[in-house]
Design a binder for this molecule. Structure first.
Ligand SMILES: *[C@@H]1O[C@H](CO)[C@@H](O)[C@H](O)[C@H]1NC(C)=O
Ligand SMILES: *[C@@H]1O[C@H](CO)[C@@H](O)[C@H](O)[C@H]1NC(C)=O
Ligand SMILES: *[C@@H]1O[C@H](CO)[C@@H](O)[C@H](O)[C@H]1NC(C)=O
Ligand SMILES: *[C@@H]1O[C@H](CO)[C@@H](O)[C@H](O)[C@H]1NC(C)=O
Ligand SMILES: *[C@@H]1O[C@H](CO)[C@@H](O)[C@H](O)[C@H]1NC(C)=O
Ligand SMILES: *[C@@H]1O[C@H](CO)[C@@H](O)[C@H](O)[C@H]1NC(C)=O
Ligand SMILES: *[C@@H]1O[C@H](CO)[C@@H](O)[C@H](O)[C@H]1NC(C)=O
Length: 432
């Protein structure tokens, strides 16, 4: 037996390679029923929601995975296989997967790396091969793998890694590409080892429906958790904002970082307010030497706030030489929020949906939503390479060399800006 720090070092040495099964090259997008429905799941819920995802144009924006969460099974049969609850899923799971596939969507399922799931149903610990093979046979494309009832197999990175790795190997052995979404709530530092066995590794607890304060724990990938049957027009407009999705799906895959965070004297029922600046590098849509740059102003105040950041603040992590070059040129500022569809247009899309049963009401489903980005036809990577105007938000101002970026941000709101380098004589010469 090696001492534990040596086994950890050995583990880390062996873990230099990321999972490479072609999935989740950019963050997965889709819908999971848990937040709105809990255990109240059924075939009809998934079919109806899938229909809405298509009708509302969300599929063509990239929301592909329809993920069935906990409470779908009814124990194991004599062969050890999980049996779907026949009241909720009378036609079995392969039929549900087929429905999703026929709509051009993908089907996700849920289990726990424990004896039971969080809802108390049979878990997959000790049954990894059987379960993975059944899911592959049913046509499952995604596994959310939880952390409840893990029999104490946690407490060090190695123990958690090894427990989750059994399922990683079982999924791989099926030969079916199944996106492996490891969900151990950030226990045992999954940011150190998750990428080596899984396509996705959650680093926090559950998300909550609360927007009055920024939540440091929640980087939130784009998995919707709302009831799409009663979606409000403004919510549909927000989740359909292609210029913001293009940041999430940026081909560089480089995360943004917080540059500063100040408490303010803007006090409300939750205490002091705060303002934050985030920035990060994005794919260059100008084709030159300069990356595009994301700037996010987060206003945790209870009142509208004018927020400012110097180019030096924004570029601070680029390294000395690049920071100097980036601060020495002018930048076009694009508002990624300004180009979202109007609430009226979103309402027209909702009203025109065949899944709401009123396609006959006079709206023309082929004309509403016109001019939205179609990621099924053209990937975000290609759209950015083409500098597709749909992905670039609205042009606002120009920031001069060493200047300051300013935005008026609503209370408990956010401004999201894309900076694009404006070529100067010097940079153009360099390109020639
Ligand atoms: C299994 O793992 C190998 C090695 O990482 C990878 O090339 C392959 O695509 C994986 N197959 C599946 C089905 O996940
Ligand atoms: C168990 O597996 C055998 C062999 O594949 C099969 O014939 C039998 O129907 C299975 N039993 C159940 C309960 O699924
Ligand atoms: C931003 O700049 C404006 C004008 O210079 C100033 O009035 C405002 O107080 C600044 N806002 C913050 C949050 O620093
Ligand atoms: C963004 O640009 C579009 C198209 O030019 C325009 O209709 C819209 O009003 C602009 N939004 C804002 C907030 O300026
Ligand atoms: C469309 O159907 C939904 C849900 O049934 C309903 O709330 C809405 O009022 C209908 N819209 C129109 C324009 O008939
Ligand atoms: C809907 O709009 C499209 C595009 O303008 C048109 O070709 C089609 O005929 C319209 N359909 C109806 C039923 O009005
Ligand atoms: C998006 O593009 C795909 C593939 O070209 C096409 O089948 C689909 O109808 C398009 N969606 C919309 C809403 O136009």
């Amino acid at each position: 037996m090696l001492p534990s720090y040596l086994t950890t070092l050995a583990l880390l040495a062996q873990l230099s390679v990321a999972v490479n099964n072609g999935l989740a090259r950019t963050p997965q997008m889709g819908w999971d029923n848990w937040n709105s429905f809990g255990c109240d799941v059924s075939e009809e819920l998934l079919q109806g929601t899938a229909r809405l995802i298509v009708d509302y144009g969300l599929k063509d924006l990239g929301y592909q995975y329809v993920i069935l969460d906990d409470c779908w099974s009814n124990g194991r049969d004599g062969n050890g296989s999980l049996v779907p609850n026949s009241k909720k899923f009378p036609n079995g799971m392969a039929a549900v997967a087929e429905d999703m596939h026929s709509l051009g969507l993908k089907f996700g399922i849920y289990s726990s790396a424990g004896v039971y799931t969080c809802g108390g149903y049979a878990g997959s610990l000790g049954y990894e091969e059987i379960d993975a093979q059944n899911w592959a046979d049913w046509g499952v494309d995604y596994l959310k793998y939880d952390n409840c009832y893990n029999s104490g197999q946690a407490g060090t990175q190695l123990i958690s890694h090894d427990r989750y790795n059994v399922m990683a190997k079982a999924l791989n052995a099926t030969g079916r590409p199944i996106l492996y979404s490891l969900c151990n709530w950030g226990e045992d530092y999954p940011w150190n080892w998750g990428s080596t066995i899984a396509n996705s590794w959650r680093i926090s607890g559950d998300v909550t429906d609360f927007y009055d304060r920024p939540d440091d724990r929640c980087p939130c990938p784009l998995i919707l958790g709302n009831d799409l049957r009663i979606v409000k027009a403004q919510d549909l407009a927000i989740i359909s904002n292609q210029a913001v999705i293009a940041v999430n799906q940026d081909p560089l895959g480089s995360s943004a970082s917080r540059r500063w965070h100040y408490e303010t004297e803007d006090i409300d029922e939750y205490g002091k307010g705060s303002i934050q600046l985030w920035s990060g590098s994005l794919y260059s849509t100008t084709g030159g030497d300069y990356n595009d740059i994301l700037v996010v102003f987060l206003n945790g105040n209870n009142s509208p706030t004018t927020m400012n950041a110097t180019l030096v603040d924004i570029f601070t992590d680029l390294g000395t030489a690049r920071l100097a070059a980036y601060a020495a040129i002018s930048w076009e500022v694009r508002d990624l929020w300004g180009s979202r569809m109007s609430n009226e247009e979103a309402q027209a899309i909702i009203d025109a949906s065949s899944a709401t049963g009123n396609l006959t009401s006079g709206y023309n489903a082929t004309t509403v939503g016109e001019g939205r980005y179609n990621a099924t036809a053209k990937s975000y990577a290609q759209g950015l390479a083409d500098a597709d105007p749909l992905l670039l938000g609205n042009a606002t101002t120009t920031v001069q060399p060493s200047g300051t970026v300013t935005a008026d941000v609503d209370r408990h709101g956010v401004a999201m800006l894309r900076l694009r380098a404006i070529p100067t004589e010097a940079t153009m010469k360099r390109e020639l």
